[in-house]
Design a protein around this ligand. Structure first.
Ligand SMILES: Cc1cc2nc3c(=O)[nH]c(=O)nc-3n(C[C@H](O)[C@H](O)[C@H](O)COP(=O)(O)OP(=O)(O)OC[C@H]3O[C@@H](n4cnc5c(N)ncnc54)[C@H](O)[C@@H]3O)c2cc1C
Length: 398
């Protein structure tokens, strides 16, 4: 990776100090510096944008063209609207194209690089040409007094009248993720909405352990948690359930809640009764195998009322079986935790922040952006779009 002319902090006083050189921090730094602000961007990692590099299977799903506020989870569902409306997916696409990065739409409005996520990081580094970037040093202290934030890192002390918290959430600690943003927020009296792992595989307990035998089997399903549902692939794993449909519902799931899976989303309610009329001698297991992967069909058939052929069931029994296949209850006993979570639900409460600027209402000059804030997107490029949009909002305000 080329960092161009990037320098360790060259002066001790800045207009803005941004903590966290991830997606949001780099966007905020770029915008502020291009507005003529002297910006210092600090990260404890030895390179910027590490999560961008591993995102989207190495191709970075950098935005979603269907971005609207209801694709984000937050205690205040309206909070994200302002920032999202002022920095759109098209704005980011324009930036990507200005840097001659080829991209494509994969599915459901998800935009990916044709080449590599490295191109997005390099683009942001190039856009931050006027920013001082200090890497590889943990921040040891942040103090506020006389209108200045004083940040100590790597044995140095720097100050600025504005401080932006952009250190993300605690998902994937081995990538350098921490809960530092929350510590800092609490230090300045901001509330934190309980952080939970999100976009994360769910685990199944002993009662459903037999499904582990299906590890590696995937099927297109509708997965539901309460009133929220997603139609995408689900994947059985050796610990439970994963795949896009499950990751999506995991962001809404709370301990003790069941999730329902519709294994036959394209079949009408009476499809098995109709099949009985047409093929009365076929077994339920064989019929299910026409709609589902064979191993899954066998596993589900074992858990349904026993009968050798469809003709042996009443219409009512078959209607009940179809209904069960369309809402199969699973009782997850947990998630795979922050170690496997793509994002964090919860974070710095939006109650204390301006939705226009991301500034803390009660602490002059303090801002919070990106995943650190209690705004979490669906799978599919929404989380980066929030990082870009909130970074832009703060970058325009500092
Ligand atoms: C495997 C994976 C794949 C993903 N793929 C996608 C995708 O394709 N599309 C999508 O939209 N989203 C994706 N996401 C989510 C996306 O990466 C995050 O939502 C996004 O990176 C959040 O941006 P951020 O700038 O707020 O935080 P981050 O990008 O996490 O940046 C935070 C920065 O702060 C630094 N930091 C943390 N603690 C400290 C500290 N104490 N001191 C100094 N620095 C610190 C970190 O080193 C990091 O550089 C993925 C996440 C994962 C884990």
């Amino acid at each position: 990776m080329v960092y161009g002319a990037h320098r360790i902090a060259s002066v001790a006083a800045y207009d803005v100090i941004i903590l966290g050189a991830g997606a949001a921090g780099m966007m905020g730094a770029r915008v502020a510096s291009q507005r003529g602000r002297r910006v210092l961007l600090i990260d404890h990692a030895d390179e910027p944008g590490k999560k961008i590099l591993i995102s989207g299977g190495g191709r970075c799903n950098f935005t979603n063209t269907a971005t609207v506020a209801d694709r984000f989870i937050s205690a205040n569902p309206h909070f994200a609207k302002s920032a999202l409306s002022r920095y759109s997916p098209q704005d980011f696409v324009d930036l990507v194209e200005a840097h001659h990065i080829a991209w494509h739409e994969k599915t459901l409005g998800q935009l990916f690089c044709d080449g590599s996520a490295k191109q997005i990081v390099q683009m942001l580094i190039d856009e931050c040409a006027g920013v001082d970037i200090a890497l590889g040093h943990p921040v040891s202290a942040v103090e506020h007094g006389d209108g200045q934030y004083r940040v100590t890192y790597g044995g140095r002390s720097v100050s600025a009248p504005a401080l932006v918290i952009a250190t993300g959430g605690p998902s994937i600690p081995k990538m350098g993720a921490t809960g530092f943003a929350y510590d800092l927020a609490r230090q300045f009296g901001l509330k934190v909405v309980e952080p939970r792992p999100a976009l994360v595989p769910l685990t199944l307990g002993a009662d459903e352990a037999l499904f582990q035998a299906l590890s590696g089997v995937a099927a297109e399903v509708v997965a539901a948690c309460g009133k929220t549902q997603f139609r995408e692939a689900a994947l059985f794993t050796h610990r439970g359930l994963s795949g896009p449909a499950i990751l999506q519902v995991s962001s809404y799931w709370r301990h003790g809640q069941p999730i329902g899976i519709n294994f036959t989303p394209d079949h009408p309610r009476d499809w098995i009764v109709t099949a009985k009329r047409e093929r009365p001698r076929v077994s339920l297991r064989h019929l299910l195998a026409t709609a589902l992967p064979t191993r899954l069909a066998e596993m589900l058939a074992q858990r349904l009322p026993f009968g050798t052929e469809l003709a042996g069931f009443t219409d009512r029994e078959l209607t009940e079986i179809a209904a069960r296949l369309a809402d199969w209850p699973f009782q997850p006993n947990g998630t795979e935790g922050f170690a496997k979570a793509e994002v964090t639900v919860g974070g710095i409460s939006t109650d204390g922040l301006s939705s226009q600027t991301m500034a803390a209402r009660s602490v002059p000059g303090l801002y919070a952006i990106g995943e650190a804030v209690d705004v979490t997107g669906w799978l599919g490029g929404y989380n980066f779009q929030w990082a870009w949009a909130s970074g832009y909002a703060a970058g325009m305000a500092v």
